[in-house]
Design a protein around this ligand. Structure first.
Ligand code: FA5
Ligand code: MG
Length: 448
């Protein structure tokens, strides 16, 4: 367990008053309010493989389970890789009065290094179920459509080219859900999340207007699209993407909850646990939302204790404390980056000892277990160990296989940049030398 990960555990940015991650958590709590949604914010990040994977139906060979993707404490204990680790317990706690929940927490993943990925980040998991027994119906489609009709409309254009479910690409759970029920739950889920995006961008727009100097991209029309996805614990599943600074940025994953999971977590009050309810769940990255809302250019900034960062959010937390976002409504302005310090860019090329595999997310399609072989995330971990938050980006720029020896060569380009000061070339060279040394020591590569 790397020291820079362990030292992040007590930070709990989602609970720090006026921290941008906390402000986004509060915004989500307003959008998915009590009493319908129970708000849960203090769950321990140390969970079991049963919670993080087994209860969610991850197959044994899913890449998310690999040591290259997950921070393990021992064989069966790890730092949660997503808030979905708590789904089973949370579903067991729903009631007729409180059929939904919202869990916000810190999560940990070995992952790429760039401006939108960090090994510790925060997620909010939301879910809502319709209880057949409590509603006195066998099919909840009509009730879900009635609830959908009660949600506000919006006028943003959302690209959504796929059908509500697809037999091969994104199947309905035929054994449990009628076509109408599956379509209704998907539609309610999508509208609920689109309304969240409308709220966030409404606030961001107002902020851009308030800032007289004009913000790059501030008047860009909002572009949003739904894409089909795969998660072992939902079907059908989707991800929502927002067009941001020239590229599609994924902000959340979601879907219709797998019935096996709901059946296994029926609350004690339920008489017949088999197919007692059906519903939706989503998981959203709080840093990603905060980057869009406040126009924060680099995910490392969230961990900064520099007052030039933190002071810009102080007035956004209202006087009544947690839950009071009056400051955000009235006074939000885009984040003003402190002057941009220069980057030092260095390359490293090496021969790899075994076959190379690429990164995977919590949901990715199952493939074979590559925990024994060389993995790109190990390169990322080595760079973090040597450079901490002074690394901005690590990118594979070249690779080739030697025609005779069949050995594979990789070249990574590492950008070093401090967010708070100018790095000297001597410092950057020292860090890069440490990277090279650790690559050899820990991964057994041969430098070219
Ligand atoms: C999940 O983690 C699923 N548990 C989400 C889910 C919940 C699906 C419930 C269905 C039902 P995913 O790996 O795509 O999915 O991550 C969800 C979000 O977390 C991403 O969309 C992104 O906003 C954020 N995220 C993922 N990796 C990182 C990272 N390294 N740094 C910052 N944010 C990240
Ligand atoms: Mg994803």
């Amino acid at each position: 367990m790397p020291p820079h990960i362990l030292s992040s555990v007590p930070r709990k940015l989602h609970l720090q008053p006026a921290h941008p991650v906390s402000l986004v958590r509060q915004l989500l709590e307003q959008q998915f309010p009590n009493p319908t949604f129970r708000h849960i914010n203090a769950l321990d990040p140390v969970v079991s493989t049963a919670q993080n994977f087994d209860s969610l139906g991850f197959p044994d060979d899913h890449p998310g389970r690999a040591r290259s993707d997950t921070y393990y404490i021992n064989r069966t204990t790890l730092l949660r890789t997503h808030t979905s680790a708590h789904q089973a317990e949370a579903f067991a706690g729903v009631t007729a009065e409180q059929p939904g929940y919202l869990i916000s927490a810190d999560v940990y993943r070995r992952d790429a290094i760039d401006r939108t990925h960090y090994p510790v980040f925060h997620q909010t998991e939301g879910a809502l179920v319709w209880d057949r027994e409590a509603l006195g119906v066998r099919d909840v489609a009509d009730k879900v459509y009635a609830d959908l009709a009660a949600l506000p409309d919006h006028d943003i254009v959302v690209e959504d080219v796929n059908p509500p479910f697809h037999a091969v690409r994104n199947p309905r759970q035929e054994r449990w859900h009628s076509e109408a029920e599956c379509a209704a739950i998907g539609a309610h889920l999508k509208r609920s999340l689109e309304l969240l995006v409308v709220r966030i961008f409404g606030l961001a727009r107002a902020a851009a207007r308030r800032a007289s100097q004009g913000v790059p991209g501030g008047d860009e029309p909002l572009k949003v699209r739904w894409v089909e996805a795969y998660f072992p614990f939902t079907s059908p599943s989707w991800e929502l993407e927002v067009f941001h600074e020239g590229a599609w940025l994924e902000i959340l994953g979601c879907g219709v909850v797998r019935q096996e999971l709901l059946n296994a977590s029926a609350p004690a009050s339920v008489r017949e646990p088999t197919n007692w309810s059906s519903g939706w769940a989503f998981g959203i990255g709080l840093e990603r939302i905060a980057m869009l809302l406040f126009r924060i250019p680099d995910i490392r900034l969230f961990w900064s204790t520099d007052q030039r960062f933190l002071s810009q959010f102080k007035s956004l937390q209202g006087p009544r404390g947690d839950g009071d976002l009056s400051g955000l409504e009235q006074g939000l302005r885009p984040f003003v980056p402190f002057s941009k310090y220069p980057a030092c860019v260095k390359d490293v090329s090496f021969w790899v000892p075994g076959p190379t595999t690429t990164s995977s997310a919590a949901g990715g399609n199952p493939t074979r277990d590559d925990s024994q072989s060389f993995h790109e995330n190990d390169v990322m971990e080595v760079v973090r160990a040597a450079a901490g938050d002074l690394v901005e980006d690590v990118r594979l720029v070249d690779q080739f296989v030697h025609p005779k020896t069949r050995r594979r060569s990789l070249c990574y380009r590492v950008s070093y940049r401090s967010l708070e000061r100018t790095l000297t070339n001597i410092e950057a060279n020292e860090m890069h030398d440490a990277v090279v040394r650790l690559l050899v020591e820990r991964l057994g590569v041969e430098i070219r």
